[in-house]
Design a protein around this ligand. Sequence first.
Ligand code: ATP
Length: 276
Amino acid sequence: MPESLLEVQDLGIRFGGLHAVRDVTTHIPAGQITAIIGPNGAGKSTFFNLISGFYQPTSGSIRFDGEDITRLKTHEVVSRGIARTFQTTTIYKELSVLEGVMIGHRVRTRAGLFDALLYTARERRDQAASHAGAMRALERVGLAAQAHLPAGALTQEGQKRVGIAMALASDPKLLLLDEPAAGMNPEETVNLMALIRELVRGGLTVALVEHKMSLVMGLADGIVVLHHGQKIAQGTPQEVSRDPAVIEAYLGGHAHGGQMGNTGKVPAAAEGASHA
Ligand SMILES: Nc1ncnc2c1ncn2[C@@H]1O[C@H](COP(=O)(O)OP(=O)(O)OP(=O)(O)O)[C@@H](O)[C@H]1O
């Protein structure tokens, strides 16, 4: 069994009276692709925000690569080796792809947007290292040849790859992808799946939040299912798709036993429900 890279214990956060994530205990194995799924409002994005330091948990702990990172700030989490993409990536269309990756990465790490945009002394000092890191990241996502094109000239898929390159520029061990296939057509989705597999083959660990069940079932080694902020299942795609609690969560109790298990696909049923 692969070693856990990330372990969360009794993790929770409240927003006023709302317990958006509650008592979640789970792990993300090294070298695998783990999908976090669940109906709308289940707490998936909040879970990512907790792991990446955007939110501070109100209970529980997060360990990454043997270290307690529960109270670390976003840039500290990045420096430990966790990077994330966002559902929508801001692309500076008039800049080159390379500049976009350099700035996008730095905005979320050490230098602020101010430094990055105004090219202060600190910015200049860090630029050489950033340049090399960004170039390596663009190679990993297959965009090295487009590095000097204006970012605005890229396709939707290309822009998604830029978002991934921004995250990879910090050379993470764990990459969190927030709805990577959102807004992509089936062909682009297949290309994206191939890219994610390639990154994992190269040693990266990936966790993703995704509504497109074709991607989840075709890609994930393991799935964590959240519902009303709680973990209701974790297992292989086959195990999860047959889990009565999962079927109940997605279909609100209208499913009849075995329906999903027989097809091996939470996919179709869940996909419709999740976009309700
Ligand atoms: N900063 C916040 N302040 C208050 N409530 C929040 C905040 N962030 C999330 N929530 C609430 O927490 C709950 C979980 O939201 P979250 O976005 O994590 O769900 P999700 O599973 O990612 O949903 P979706 O699939 O629709 O993106 C929702 O009820 C949401 O309104």
